[in-house]
Each structure stands twice: as C-alpha cells, then as structure tokens.
Design a protein around this ligand. Structure first.
Ligand code: CA
Length: 530
C-alpha cells in the first residue's frame, strides 16, 4: 500500500514537469515520426550533433569537453557536452553555489554530495528520472534490476530518482591481511577461525617473529581504529552499531552476542594482542607499524598489499597475505564491509531535451559506452590481448603522469553514472592486491544478503525527512555513551559484566527503542526498493 502510494506520487511528479516543459515529448514525437529516426546509424542518439551543458568536477578537475573519450562519445552518439565550470576552478562548493544563485542551471548536474543533489531534486532543480529510465534507458533499468545496492542508492526517499550513480563491479572492499613471512617463520598455518587467529596472534606476541630479540610486535592493528575501534567485534559477529538480521533491525549492544564479543576483545587487548594505541594511533599507523616491522595482522583495503613491493628491500621476505575472514564462534564466515555506489549525475529542470540526455546516460551502461568510459579508445589507450583481456597501451603505461593520471586526462572514469569494471582496477593492482581481490570476489557468499551499504563501521540508510531530526537527536545522546562505555570495557577500566544491566537500562532511557523503530522504517524502505 505504502509503496503504491509512493509510486503514484512519483508518477504525478514526473508527468508534471514533462508536460509543462513539453520538450521531452517534442523530441520523442520528432524521433518517432520517421524523418529523423531512420537516419540514425550505429550508436547515434540524435541525427545532428547536439551539445548539452554540464556542471561536473572531480578532484578539482572540471569537466573538459576536449577530453579524448568525451570527444569520441560525441562522434559515436552525436551528443556532446560542454562543461560550465572554469578549468581554473578548485572549489566545487563555490562553483555550485554560484550556479544556483545565477538561476541558470546546466542541463546535466553532478555534485560530490548525494544529499545535496537529492535536495536540489526536491527543490525542483533536478527532474525525476523514474519514467525516463523506464521508457528510454533499458540498460540502466536492467542494471538496477540486477543490482539491488545500486538501485537502492538511486532512489531518494520521496520515491524519485534524481541521479544515476557511479557503480563498481567489485564487491570486495576490505580484506583480512596477515604477515605470511611471520607465519612461515614460526611454522604456523593460516588461521581460519577466530580461535585460530587468537593462537596465531599470541604466537606473534610471544615468539619474536621479527627476530630482533625484543617483545615489541603489535599483532593486531588498524589505521582506522580511532574512528571505528569496534571493528574487531566483527570477529564475534557483533559491533556497537545497528545491524539487520532476518529482516529485523537490531542494535547490536542489546543483542546476546555483544557481551561475549566485548569480553573477548578486552581479553585480547589485555594480553597485548591488540595495538595498545588503537584508539589514538590514526591514519599513519599502518605505514609506521609495517615499515618498522612491528605489525602482524589488520583488516584493510587493497593498498595493504602495496607494502610487499615498497618494503621488499628494507625487510627481506616481507609479505602481507590476504586471507579469508576468520569464522566466528558459530562457524560463520562473514565480511561486513563491501563497496558502496557513489554519487553520479542528473538532469536539470532547465534541460530542454531530457529524453536525449537520458539516452546518453543509458549509453554509458551499454557494452560500448562502458568500454569507452573504463578503458578509452581501442588502439589508442588500450588493446585486447590474445585472451581477450584489456591491456593499456605503452602510451598509457609509460606516461610521465603515471597510468591512472594519464587516463584521467582522457576523461576516463569520471564522476558520472556508470559501472566501473573490475578489470579497470586490476590493471593497476599489485600482485598481492589482485590475490586479495580474487579471493574475496570468488566468495560472494561471505557478504550478508540484504545488508545496506556498510561504511566506516555503520549502515548507510536514508531516513525519511520527517524522522531524520528525531533520529539524529536520539543518537547524539546514545552514540557518545556507547563509545565511552565500550572503550572503558576494552581498555579494562571497567567490567562489562558489572555494568551491562545498567548500560541497557540507560540505552532504553535515552530512546534506543525509537531509534531502532526509525531504522526499521528506513531499512524497509531500502528493502522495498531493492
Ligand atoms: Ca620482536
């Protein structure tokens, strides 16, 4: 019932601007009249070269219509884009506000912040794309149907789609990494369960794997420890956050697992298995602990594998190895952290021909368009080898800018609605990184079903506007309290067994039931759209 209402409302919302503007219908009438449609060849979207303006920048690189792949896209589709942000601009926010205050919107708009784009949509600056996708974008539509996480990211909570996001083919994000050379040195096997990991970390602590005669090893460490010190509660299937199970949102500190997990983590900390400075070490911690040959195990991105190359001379035999997530106390192997789609582009309400633009958006999801935006122009930036794999040309690989930067100057992998291929990423990965990717991508069953995007240790859900303030208010009281208690238990300054009943009561007093309820609503909306 609720969903039908949302769909109906969004139908009205979309019908109105199209009828009012009329431009979409005109284009469709023209192209179906036969006079122009018959002349379209190859990947052409319109019969005559047509230019649209675009507001888009990424990493201080404003859109440049001269970029190789965008010129090529124009030649193939007859749709050309003209950036409106000056090349000298290095302040996206300023440029965005300038555009809004001028009252003149570009035909196509992308921005770094999804929430800001969706707000622009609700304010009438971007048009809802739902019906346009349905009628003119079969490739986007098919991709949404096959990829729930992507579809969920597309929808704003008013039921409209205001932007087509950028998606990634790879699912895996963070991996469990362990010093394989330390395992070998101590004659240990790769740990496959949380108990085996405990034994290995204990050996790292006690048996001097770095061979300097000093008990200085830091077995388990994390450069993200200051922002999410509860990450290692995952080992026992818990956290200090919300987490859905069987369709029901839970707040994990209230679940049975929590006390067990915290007690184990506190024990590990007390026994010196965890970095004593985990709460404060900060982003440089990984560099420091690996280059000084002290760190043994961590949960981190593909870049953790880069040290095998960068430290090869300094620390002979140094080898970080990606391993499967250790099974928890119930034997389940789970990886909570996965990639999330990110912001892309939408069509402004001042665009006079949204139908052509949505067809151009759709082109990016065709095999041809995706190849162009991932790899560039065949023969120019890449070739297919005898096995059908993409190889970047010497021009790219030997560029003074470095391959990635060179590809960026071709306009490849810009912040648009597209699918980033795994192969694009593999082309720049070290051997260790590829091994990590291949291991985790071969086990999608490790990733929980129906789990919304999970970033920096928390679910990314969109809250209905009328509930968001209430939710934030409750959590602004609960979060610091939970963090403070968790830290005191882990550091051993207080005992969770003694505190727990009072802790639970305090959570109820601060409104945790209502916060769970609101999260359940947000979660069901997410599920309904996926
Ligand atoms: Ca040592």
């Amino acid at each position: 019932m609720k969903k039908t209402l949302i769909v109906l409302l969004s139908l009205f919302a979309i019908a109105f601007p199209l009828m009012a503007g009329g431009s979409g219908e005109t284009t469709e009438a023209a192209s179906s009249s036969g006079s122009t449609a018959a002349e379209l060849t190859g990947s052409q979207i319109v019969a005559e070269p047509t230019t649209f303006t675009i507001f888009l920048t990424m990493n201080n690189m404003p859109f440049d219509s001269d970029w190789l792949v965008w010129q090529e896209a124009g030649r193939r589709t007859n749709v050309y884009l003209e950036g409106i942000i000056p090349q000298s601009n290095s302040n996206e926010e300023e440029a965005y506000n300038l555009m809004l205050s001028s009252g003149e919107l570009a035909d196509i708009i992308g921005y770094k912040d999804t929430a800001v784009l969706e707000q622009l949509g609700r304010d009438g600056g971007l048009i809802p794309l739902n019906d346009l996708i349905d009628q003119y974008a079969p490739h986007i539509k098919a991709y949404m149907e096959e990829n729930p996480a992507f579809a969920g990211y597309c929808y704003s909570l008013d039921g409209n789609i205001y932007m087509i996001p950028k998606s990634q083919e790879l699912v895996s994000a963070e991996y469990w990494w362990i010093r394989e050379d330390w395992l070998d040195k101590l004659g240990l096997e790769v740990p496959t369960t949380v108990d085996e990991l405990y034994d290995v970390l204990t050996a790292f602590r006690n048996e001097d794997p770095n061979g300097n005669g000093i008990k200085d090893e830091i077995p388990l460490f994390d450069r993200a420890g200051d922002k999410m010190p509860d990450e290692y509660l995952y080992l026992w299937d818990s956290s200090t956050e919300f987490y859905p199970r069987d369709g029901q949102m839970t707040f994990e500190p209230l679940e049975d697992n929590f006390v067990y997990a915290v007690k184990n983590l506190a024990k590990w900390y007390k026994e010196g298995l965890i970095d004593p400075e985990i709460f404060t070490r900060g982003a440089k911690g990984r560099d420091l602990l690996l280059s000084s040959n002290l760190g043994g195990c961590t949960h981190d991105w593909v870049s953790a594998g880069n040290y095998n190359d960068s430290l090869a001379e300094e620390i002979p035999g140094f080898k970080m190895l990606a391993i499967a997530p250790p099974a928890d106390q119930n034997g389940n192997v789970t990886e909570r952290v996965a990639r999330t789609p990110s912001v892309g582009w939408g069509i402004s309400s001042q665009c006079e021909d949204p139908v052509t633009v949505i067809k151009f958006f759709d082109y990016m999801f065709t095999e041809e368009g995706a190849e162009l935006m991932n790899f560039g122009v065949e023969g120019e930036t890449f070739v297919y080898d005898e096995n059908g794999n993409v190889q970047y040309t010497d021009k790219v690989m030997n560029s003074e800018l470095g391959p990635l930067e060179y590809l960026r100057t071709c306009g490849i992998q810009y912040r648009i609605g597209m699918l980033q291929y795994a192969e694009y990423e593999y082309a720049f990965m070290t051997e260790a990184g590829k091994q990590a990717n291949e291991l985790y991508e071969a086990h999608h069953e490790w990733y929980p079903e129906n789990l919304p995007p999970y970033l920096d240790g928390a679910l990314i859900l969109k809250y209905p506007p009328e509930l968001e303030a209430e939710y934030q208010k409750i959590m602004s009281s609960i979060r610091p309290y939970v963090d403070e208690k968790f830290q005191s238990w882990m550091l051993g300054t207080s005992d969770i067994d003694e505190d727990y009943d009072e802790f639970v009561q305090e959570l109820y007093d601060r409104g945790i039931e209502r916060a769970i309820e609101i999260n359940q609503i947000a979660y069901e909306i997410w599920l309904g759209e996926n």
